[in-house]
Design a protein around this ligand. Structure first.
Ligand code: PMP
Length: 395
């Protein structure tokens, strides 16, 4: 059986129309397929490969760790150098209060942990999320995800979740003395690349402080310089009580975490002990990859690169069919007139060797999330090619 046949017959599918590229290898900003084609990865495996594919420092760190040890024990029992070293490096880049890291394997697991931590710390069970927010597909994360079409097939979910309008001051009183936590993306990703407005975010923070609710920032997509600062919250002057991370964190290896204060994390140790455990969270190879990734990110001006990507994209993408380019840094969305045009542009770009994608909650928004390492010339060429396709189909 060919790989293609096995994929379609034996790998569980999530839609009737997978992209279906058969991957041979990937390097830097490029993905190469078994039929010899080269594609520019303009979505970075969805905000994962910020350093491009197979960054040499990440590959080297993985190889080194593979030669030392793989899994040895469930998370939290043994002292493993890659975990400890990475937790120290990560927290050294964060405000003093975010001084502890719980390692997991994915974004949704990070949010599951964050929600449970907030519940246990506050002794409350109500959550507030936002319309069009996306936090993952396991039950807890889905419960606070603000799009009914994805929630409805799985009801009932967590019972006490209220959704508010993103960027609206109306309804903030819904966050009250029974609220364990408010969970949000500082810039909504799957909801259509919608940045929070600063005054509003600060008002949400104030309201949480007034009523003793925790504020969880899901920085799974926005983290690691995608939006120009190491974490998006640093661009807003608003600090979360808990932050969830994944995607670009592992430099291409599965890795996630939720970060909070030692005081808050204290509740995970007792009543009963071991009340939130994971077998593979903080896998040594993933931690070694994450350490190499963050070290590289801190060694150069990757924030500046993200900001430059935004400036160049806004200059190059001028076709009439584009109604808006929005987003921050290298987390951008190109809004087109309608679904038909969007589909044609994405397909035509794909044929020209450019991988673009939609966001989960929008039919008219093309996601642009190139790797931060992309050279200016390739960036401009790719953007011009996208612009030409929009012009071609919007006449
Ligand atoms: N939160 C956000 C903001 C995300 O963008 C995603 C993934 N698109 C997730 C959570 C879920 O992450 P994962 O797919 O690793 O579970």
């Amino acid at each position: 059986m060919s790989n293609k046949d096995s994929f379609y017959e034996h790998v569980a599918q999530t839609s009737d129309a997978p992209m279906g590229l058969e991957i041979a290898r990937a390097e830097g900003p490029y993905i190469y397929t078994t039929d010899g084609k080269e594609y520019v990865d303009f979505i970075s495996g969805i905000a994962v490969s910020s350093l491009g594919h197979r960054h040499p420092n990440v590959v080297e760190a993985v190889k080194r760790q593979v030669d030392r040890h793989l899994h040895v024990m469930v998370y939290g029992e043994f002292i493993q150098e890659p975990q400890s070293a990475y937790a120290e490096l990560l927290t050294s880049q964060l405000p003093d209060k975010l001084d502890r890291v719980y390692f997991v394997n994915s974004g949704t697991e990070a949010n599951e942990g964050a929600l449970k931590l907030a519940k246990k710390y506050t002794g409350r069970h109500k959550f507030v999320g936002f319309h069009h927010g996306y936090h993952g597909d396991t039950h807890g994360s889905l419960s606070v995800t603000g799009r009914d079409v994805y929630r409805d097939p799985y009801l009932p979910l967590l019972p006490d979740v209220d959704f508010l309008d993103f960027n609206s001051f109306d309804g903030l009183e819904t966050i009250d003395g029974e609220t364990a936590a408010v969970i949000m993306e500082p810039i909504q990703g799957e909801g259509g690349i919608i940045p929070a407005n600063k005054e509003w975010l600060q008002a949400v923070r104030r309201r949480c402080n007034e009523v003793g609710a925790l504020l969880i920032f899901d920085e799974i997509q926005t983290g690691f310089y995608r939006t120009g600062s190491l974490f998006a919250f640093q661009g807003y002057d608003v600090m979360p009580d808990i932050m969830s991370l994944a995607k670009a964190m592992g430099g291409g290896m599965p890795m996630g975490a939720f970060v909070s204060s030692s005081e808050i994390f204290e509740v995970f140790k007792h009543d009963p002990p071991l009340n939130h455990v994971t077998t593979f969270g903080g896998h040594p190879v993933s931690c070694a990859a994450a350490h190499a990734t963050l070290t590289e990110l801190l060694s150069d001006d990757y924030g500046g690169r993200a900001t430059k990507i935004e400036q160049i994209a806004k200059k190059e993408l001028t076709a009439d069919g584009i109604s808006e380019i929005r987003g921050v840094g290298a987390m951008l969305g190109m809004e087109l007139a309608d679904r038909d045009l969007t589909q044609k542009v994405v397909e035509a770009c794909f044929k020209k060797g450019i991988i673009l994608g939609w966001t989960l909650h929008s039919n008219t928004l093309v996601r642009l999330a190139p790797p931060l390492i992309i050279e200016e010339q390739l960036l401009r060429e790719t953007l011009r090619s996208i612009n030409r396709q929009v012009n071609r189909f919007s006449e």
